[in-house]
Structures are given as structure tokens and as C-alpha cells.
Design a protein around this ligand. Structure first.
Ligand code: GDP
Ligand code: MN
Length: 416
């Protein structure tokens, strides 16, 4: 689960991690008031979307050329004068109002959002900081090390992916013992690696310790502070933050779970999770309805092996009753990219004849405009397949995974 920068900064601040002060706003007037309330001479207005690269990103209206915008946001084309950037420095309440106006309701295109962009519903008005140094701090679970790893680099503010590719030696890594947190010697190593001295060194130690503690206590899966900045007076502050949390741990962090912004989520994925289905949108044209994540993965593999591209990953879980199948079909068919549907269900606890009945009932309630291929396996499979074959509906039955994949790939090509 992802959250917005302003929400992340609130959480970090509560955990004793120093952040740039700010207030969130949903209207230009609120943004102007926020600037006054912050009482700063320099402020920054930042689009709140779940994507990075906002500084170089641009906010566009509905009629603008998205491909052109993406080329500019990715640095392939020069930035024309007067375009609204996702992060804007402001020096008065009036400038804050104008900056907010140029962002709110618009679509932000950054190198991370791609061509679709992200709708800007809120902006963060933050106390502008004079930056002496821009550093990078990140933490992520490293499966190879079997632990979270804290990463720090003097190359902050820029795309850390580039640093990792070109000069990996500039990223300092410390594996973290989740029971112990960040050890003092590790914190001191980081301070040295980042070249922090005097007050900045002291502030850095506190920052790193609390940051690591927050990551572990909140079940983060990724936390990035880019840039982590050092001011003239030696303050060490998070100027930006990107936090992701482990969905499976959100039951024990109700306060964090409540920060979910439905506007940022894929509507189909939200709808699926409300019905207890796991759904992931993909780029292909063959929709898959499967029970069990392992079976879903192998179904996608076999589709690809036979030259097709899956449109999604949809796991109805152990159940597969009529209501779930019906909702699953509705979600699958809501995309006009889908050219064929493959149902691949293993009837173990749920018998195949019961599943066939659910499929037929759901089929009748849906206007199927694309071919439907069904492969069932398991208890009472003969009975279930017979029901489908004799139903008089336009259902293509398949025997075995290979047969199913070949039939659905052919069907998708035929209806494309
Ligand atoms: P991102 O582009 O989405 O990662 O957004 P950031 O929050 O990292 O902001 C992008 C850049 O804007 C930063 O790297 C800074 O250079 C600049 N910036 C953001 N806030 C401030 C600020 O308070 N003062 C100054 N001087 N620059 C800022
Ligand atoms: Mn950033």
C-alpha cells in the first residue's frame, strides 16, 4: 500500500523523524492560507500523487498532448517556458494560490507515471528550505540478504536508479537486524559515509535511528527520503518521502490502512478486493479467471508460452461461487482490451459440477461479446464439463492446460 507525501511526513514526524513542515490543501484558497499560517518567506507547493519525479514532471489539462508531456518530463525534450511543474517554489500567499491553481484538478505526468499520468487532487504547501546539501536515504527489504537494508548516498535529489546503475559504489548499504534496529556503530558509519559533521552529524544519528525504528514498527516495505537535506545550521530534514507498506500487515495498523486514497488505486483492483478477489491489471488481451495464486501464475505462463498475453491476474480464491464468478466476469469484461476469457479452475473443495453451475448462471447474466474458454479439473470434472457442453451456450471447453491455452490464444487472435 502506498500513501501520499503529506501523510508520510505526518507519520515520520510523529515517530521523531525531522521533516520539512507543511500543510495539505485541496483548493487554491486553502493553499494561500496554508502559506500564511506557515509564516515562511519561501514556500514550496507540491502535487500530491503516488509517483516520484514530480519536480521534473508537468501538470496538464485534458486536451494537452500527453506524449509530448512525457517526453518533457523524462528530459527527452526541453521544457518550454510557463509549463506548470509538479513542485514549485513560491514567495507569497498569492504565488502559493497561483501555483495550487496550476496543479489542482490537472493531470501530472512524470517519468514514473507514464503516459496516463496521475490526477492531482491535493497539494502540499511546505516551508521552503535553503538547501546546503541534498542526500539520499532509503530502506527496503532485500530478499537476498533476508533483511531490510538501509541505503544512503551523497548523490541525493537525482534519480537514484541512475546512481545504482552507473556508480553503485556511491550507495552505502547497511543490513538491519529487525529485532535490534540500527546499531550505533552502523549509524556512525552512515554519518561518516555521508560526510556529516558537527550538528548535522548529531541530528543525522537521531534521524537514522528513528527512521529505521519507524520502518520496522510500521511494517514498511519501502521507505525513501530523496532528498534528505542538510541546512546551513546543520539541520537534517526529510524534504520528500515515499512510503510503501506491506498489505498483509495492515490489519495491525488500522491508522495507516485508513490513509489509503481510493482515487490513486486501480478501480478494478479496489472492486475486486471488496469481493474477496485478488486482481492485478496487466497489458495483454486474454483475461484469466483462476482459483489459487499458483494456478494463476502457471496459467499466465502457459498463455505466454503459446504466444498470448494475459490481460490480468484474477484469483477467485478457494471459493468460486456464483456471486464471485459474476463479479469476476464483470471486472474482466469491463476492459475493452479483453479479446477472450479463459476460466481455469481446479475443483477440489468446490466440486466441478457446482462450479459449472455457477459459471452458467453468471454467463446468463452477462452479455458475453468475446469467446469464453473453460478448463475444469478435479472432483466431478466429467459431470461439470458435460453441463457446459450441453448447455447450448457459446462456451469453448478445453481438456488440460495446454489445450486451454492454445484455444484461448487462437480465440483472442480470431476476435481481435
Ligand atoms: P520529486 O521530484 O517527486 O522527487 O519531488 P521532491 O519533493 O523530491 O522535489 C523535487 C526537487 O524540488 C527537490 O529535489 C529540490 O531540489 C526541490 N525542492 C523541493 N522542496 C524544496 C524546498 O523547500 N526548497 C528548495 N530550495 N528546493 C526544494
Ligand atoms: Mn524526491
Amino acid at each position: 500500500m502506498k500513501i501520499h507525501e503529506y501523510q508520510g511526513k505526518d507519520l515520520l514526524k510523529a515517530a521523531g523523524v525531522a521533516v520539512q513542515e507543511g500543510k495539505v490543501a485541496s483548493t487554491p484558497e486553502e493553499a494561500a492560507r496554508a502559506f500564511e499560517e506557515l509564516g515562511c518567506s519561501l514556500g514550496v507547493v507540491k502535487a500530491q500523487v503516488h509517483a516520484g519525479g514530480r519536480g521534473k514532471g508537468i501538470a496538464i489539462g485534458p486536451d494537452a498532448d500527453r506524449a509530448e508531456a512525457l517526453a518533457i518530463a523524462s528530459g527527452q525534450k526541453p521544457r518550454p517556458e510557463g509549463v506548470a511543474q509538479g513542485v514549485q517554489l513560491v514567495r507569497s500567499a498569492e504565488e502559493a494560490r497561483k501555483a495550487a491553481e496550476s496543479l489542482l484538478g490537472k493531470t501530472l505526468i512524470t517519468y514514473q507515471t507514464g503516459i496516463d499520468g496521475a490526477k492531482i487532487n491535493k497539494v502540499l504547501v511546505a516551508d521552503g528550505v535553503e538547501i546546503t546539501r541534498e542526500l539520499y536515504l532509503g530502506m527496503a527489504v532485500d530478499r537476498a540478504v533476508q533483511a531490510p537494508v538501509l541505503m544512503a548516498s551523497t548523490e541525493g535529489g537525482v534519480e537514484i536508479e541512475e546512481v545504482a546503475k552507473k556508480t553503485p559504489e556511491k550507495i552505502h548499504r547497511e543490513p538491519i537486524d529487525v529485532g535490534f534496529g540500527l546499531a550505533d556503530f552502523q549509524a556512525r558509519k552512515l554519518v561518516k559515509a555521508l560526510g556529516l559533521e558537527g550538528a548535522a552529524a548529531k541530528n543525522g544519528l537521531v534521524f537514522f535511528k528513528n527512521f529505521v525504528k519507524f520502518f520496522i514498527d510500521s511494517d514498511c516495505s519501502l521507505a525513501e527520503i530523496n532528498p534528505l537535506i542538510v541546512t546551513d545550521s546543520g539541520q537534517v530534514l526529510a524534504l520528500d518521502c515515499k512510503l510503501n507498506f506491506d498489505d498483509n500487515a495492515m490489519y495491525r495498523h488500522k491508522d495507516i490502512a485508513a490513509l489509503l486514497d481510493p482515487a490513486e488505486e486501480d478501480p478494478n483492483e479496489m472492486r475486486a478486493s471488496e469481493s474477496g478477489l485478488s486482481y492485478v491489471q496487466l497489458d495483454g488481451d486474454i483475461a484469466c479467471l483462476v482459483n489459487g495464486a499458483g494456478l494463476a501464475m502457471s496459467t499466465m505462463d502457459v498463455i505466454k508460452y503459446h504466444g498470448g498475453e494475459p490481460a490480468n491476474f484474477l484469483d477467485v480464491g478457494g471459493g468460486a461461487n456464483k456471486d464471485q464468478v459474476l463479479e469476476a466476469f464483470r471486472i474482466l469484461l469491463s476492459s475493452d482490451k479483453v479479446k477472450a476469457v479463459l476460466v481455469n479452475i481446479f475443483g477440489g473443495i468446490m466440486k466441478c459440477d457446482i462450479i459449472a453451475a455457477a459459471l452458467l448462471a453468471a454467463y446468463d447474466e452477462i452479455d458475453f461479446k468475446v469467446p469464453l474458454v473453460v478448463r475444469l479439473e478435479g472432483t466431478n470434472v466429467e459431470q461439470g464439463m458435460k453441463m457446459l457442453e450441453e448447455s447450448g451456450r457459446k462456451i469453448i471447453t478445453a481438456k488440460g492446460l495446454t489445450d486451454a491455452a492454445q484455444k484461448v490464444v487462437a480465440a483472442a487472435k480470431g476476435s481481435a
